[in-house]
Design a protein around this ligand. Structure first.
Ligand code: ADP
Length: 526
């Protein structure tokens, strides 16, 4: 022990503390660790020092500083043994610092056969954060009784300071690792991504977005306002329009097109905000849907051609088949049976063509009739028309209609009735015998609502978004019931043309609630 152990800190000690505090701003973990050890070793007059950093309960081998010159494999062996049986392990488990005044008298000091420098005394302190030992530092000296309780107290203070510095540096290291990970994810996605500030200046872009703007490097784009790119291409115009509206919504979906590249995009735009720094802006993701749009256009054209061009040959076939029947006077001839089969199939085909044409007509032509429609009377007609089908399947057919006083609706009554009948018809069709079909109709000051609930087979969530599309049929129902998959597409088109919306809740094996609402005061689009 020192002849006269110090009790008060010296100027040098205070200076050391100040220098460790300065490391709080240092973000390089290696630098923090080596400087802390170097400064501290100097302060306690140690001949050498070592440190083990613990991360998530494991020794962080990137940050092991040993006092011996060891190979990597030797280092693992020595550090593991010291941490299990040695002095550093004792400090680690007890979460408090200690001194070995004489290594020859203390079993906690392990002597390795190839130790070059003799160690006679040691001081070891833990760096503790949130009750976890982050690191353990050991200082050694070649003379016994070199370290004093004052050194231990002082090193404990240094350790507290250093813990904060290590935590800060670790957070920054973790953050920058996450940032790099995020960056490479964003760089590799095929969608174009823009991060904008509140006014529409570009803060960040990924390579797809850079290419979309006709540039090669993000540096040519970042910092500029979106309006810079509006001259040659209206791609970003809808985005800018939303920014200029300064609306309170947090998310938008919109469509846009690049004239320069001749491609269509579906855009998802959301607001971001950093309240602490008082800044906000937008994240814009553009998904290329050109192929999908082309396919849709192609499908529509094919449907159009098929439905129109099939009609006339079909009526020719039906005409000639009737003539064959007339020219076959023998009622027992098998020809009549063949003719019947041909006629039945022609009728099925013509029904399908009618359905396609109806969907086509609703999509593309103006609504034929805008009449003041008594919606209550219309619902009653639907109930009367549909009841017999439900009864033939022994289903309970119930109605809850609250429409007295409902204002007249400007609508195409034939199409609206057809839409209602399609929903009720499906409910009856996809509900087994003896099931329940219940029709609700009501209104509030803004909307008329129509819902059909059934206790039928239901629809799995993954199919629900698609049932409204033309020709889509849920695979499970195909085997059970006949259909073309056009009814719901017709309903959706009719309702959309009247500025309303369709609704669906369903659960497999329990039943479905198909419905729609119509605005009571807006005239339908034409
Ligand atoms: P279709 O009934 O002619 O097949 P729709 O367009 O009317 O065509 O319906 C599309 C698909 O939606 C149906 O094939 C069926 O799988 C499903 N579906 C419609 N209504 C119901 C219902 N009430 N319950 C269960 N499935 C339904």
């Amino acid at each position: 022990m020192d002849a006269n152990p110090r009790l008060q800190p010296t100027i040098e000690d205070l200076e050391l503390l100040a220098r460790v505090s300065q490391l709080l701003n240092e973000v390089d973990l290696d630098k923090v660790l080596s400087q802390v050890i170097g400064l501290a070793a100097q302060a306690v007059g140690a001949t050498k020092a070592s440190l083990f950093l613990h991360e998530g309960g494991q020794v962080d081998w990137n940050h092991v500083f040993t006092m011996r010159d060891l190979s990597a494999s030797e280092s693992v062996r020595v550090v593991s043994r010291v941490l299990h049986e040695g002095f550093a392990g004792w400090v680690y488990r007890n979460k408090k610092g200690d001194i070995i005044y004489d290594t020859q008298q203390d079993a906690r000091w392990i002597v390795f056969p190839n130790d070059k420098t003799p160690v006679r005394s040691a001081l070891c302190v833990p760096f503790i954060s949130d009750d976890h030992v982050l690191a353990v530092v050991t200082f050694v000296h070649d003379q016994p009784r070199h370290f004093t309780p004052y050194h231990l107290r002082f090193m404990t203070i240094i350790a507290n300071q250093a813990t904060i510095a290590i935590r800060n540096a670790q957070s920054v290291t973790n953050l920058s690792a996450q940032r790099r990970q995020l960056q490479s994810t964003l760089d590799s996605i095929a969608d174009a991504l823009f991060v904008l500030d509140e006014l529409g200046h570009i803060i960040h872009v990924n390579p797809t977005a850079v290419a979309l703007l006709g540039e090669r490097h993000s540096a040519q784009v970042v910092g500029y306002h979106l309006s810079r790119y509006l001259g040659e291409d209206s791609l970003l115009r809808p985005v800018l329009e939303i920014i200029e509206q300064r609306s309170d919504e947090s998310m938008w979906r919109l469509d846009t097109r690049s004239d320069r590249q001749g491609r269509d995009y579906q855009v998802t735009m959301s607001q971001w905000e950093e309240p602490l720094r008082g800044i906000r802006g937008y994240v814009v993701v553009m998904h290329d849907v050109t192929t999908l749009r082309d396919l849709h256009r192609f499908k529509d054209e094919m449907l159009h051609i098929a439905s129109h061009d099939l009609r006339s040959p079909l009526s020719v076939v039906t005409g000639y088949v009737n003539m064959i029947a007339l020219d076959t006077p023998d009622p027992n001839s098998p020809v009549h049976e063949y003719v019947d089969i041909i006629k039945r199939n022609c009728e099925r085909m013509s029904g399908l063509i009618d359905d396609i044409l109806r969907v086509e007509r609703i999509k593309s032509s103006p609504l034929e009739l805008h009449a003041e429609t008594d919606i209550e009377a219309l619902v009653k007609v639907v109930l009367v028309n549909m009841r017999p089908s439900a009864e033939s399947k022994k289903q309970r057919f119930e109605a809850q209609i609250n429409l007295s006083g409902v204002p007249h609706l400007v609508a195409d009554p034939v199409l609206i009735r057809q839409a209602m009948e399609n929903l009720v018809g499906n409910a009856i069709k996809y509900t087994p015998e003896g099931g329940l079909v219940r029709v609700y109709a009501g209104y509030d000051d803004r909307r008329f609502t129509f819902v059909v609930q059934d206790s039928g087979i239901g629809i799995a969530p993954e199919h629900q978004p698609y049932v409204w599309e033309a020709f889509y049929r849920v695979p499970q129902s195909v085997a059970k019931e006949k259909g073309h998959g056009l009814g719901l597409s017709l309903v959706r088109n009719v309702i959309a043309r009247h500025n309303g919306e369709v609704t669906l809740q369903s659960s497999v094996g329990k039943g479905s609630r198909f419905g729609f609402w119509l605005p009571l005061h807006t005239p339908p689009g034409s």
